[in-house]
Ligand binder design. Sequence first.
Ligand SMILES: Cc1cc2nc3c(=O)[nH]c(=O)nc-3n(C[C@H](O)[C@H](O)[C@H](O)COP(=O)(O)O)c2cc1C
Length: 440
Amino acid sequence: MKRKYFVKHAIIIIFVAIFFGNTISSTLGIDNFLEYTNKNDYVTNNQEFLLPEPKHIDMVLEETIMRRMSMRNFTDEPVTDEELSTVLWAAYGLREDGNYTVAKINGSHSVLIYVLLEDVYKYNPENHSLVFYKEGDYRDIVGWQYHAPVQLGLCWNSDIADINFGSAECGAVGQNIYFAANSIGLGTVITAQLEPAIEPVGLPVNEKGMGVMPIGHPVIDYNFVNRPLFISLLPRIKFSDMALTTALEERKEVTSWNSDSISRKDLSHLVWASYGYSFYIDKSNSNVVKRHHTLPSAHGYYPFRIYSVTKSGISRYIYGLFKIDFIGLPIVSFLLRIANGDKRSEIADATDSFVSNAPLFIIPVLEIEKTIDWDDLSDESVRWIWYYEAGASAHNVLLQATSRGLSGNIVSIKNKEAICSILKLDKEKFDPMFVIPIGI
Ligand SMILES: Cc1cc2nc3c(=O)[nH]c(=O)nc-3n(C[C@H](O)[C@H](O)[C@H](O)COP(=O)(O)O)c2cc1C
């Protein structure tokens, strides 16, 4: 009797365990995902796709910066899972130390990346996976500007950040996408419009589209000629031996510094990374020979001024006295002294007290008049466009700092008027966007 009772209950328990076990795991969408975790396989369970291990990018940081340029025409050759994984990890991956591959902007991370393939997915940095979002091929709708096998929709969460800081973090993410793509033979371009192109996908109300980046194999190969024709009073830019992946893994934000000074070599590399021109001449299009900046700019306006502040004074980085370089003219770059004396505590008063002991601040400042040409992008309501560029510039500085054994931070400005006054700028005509303290 007892045995019969035991068998009956055992059968019920086994039945319940199987039934609920399956229900719970399929509700969470993790059954295949867990099963395949160790295989680094691209797995489907209709909900979550685990991406393969990202490739370690060996190309040194400075070379990927020199090679940064916008590509707009792509072949139909598919982007492999490993290539997509590598680009996404670089873009916004979660590192082993729990930090992202980009710094927080104004104290938080707000970026979300939609990955448009034959269906729509969302990148989940937590486990480096693609989460199924919506059925349907939106690539040519959202990515109407440039047909490509992958379209990445850069968005930000409006519960966490405002439009300017959200856009600035997208700028940092966008740089990583440019660098990773060019180093593995892919191409990309940031595209942005006033009405976000991602909208047809239908986002949750608190998610806002910033820009779209097509990813694919460029129709025309990268074709650079090393022509560092710089007439510069600053030390020459040298390649470090730090691979891009290492720089992305090792970048760190600090709030105090051990030394009060910065070498001229470091200063030269940091201002160059922030907005300078590449040493490489781009010959990929035989009709136009170009030199690219270290970051993209909406309409190619490049409306920023870069200031450096050290204990000896304030200088403006002149990154190219002759703007056009199509016949290979030298780029004339130097630091133009604006004011003597130590203004760092005044900068700290206008930003955050912790920055006061940094040996160097780099300050990207928007020159508003330069955002008005054939298309007027000067209004406050579209300032987010320029925050994208400021975020890109700040991110470049942090990566360049990493490869030179330095670290820094991206600090928002509480009192813009005070910063304009310190830099001797008219507050109606200039908009300082971040202060980037750097040092050892
Ligand atoms: C915020 C932002 C928006 C942009 N939007 C577009 C765009 O809609 N279409 C496009 O072809 N390029 C766009 N660009 C790319 C610029 O045109 C490009 O960076 C600039 O012409 C310089 O060329 P380069 O990136 O090859 O050096 C954008 C760049 C930025 C920073």
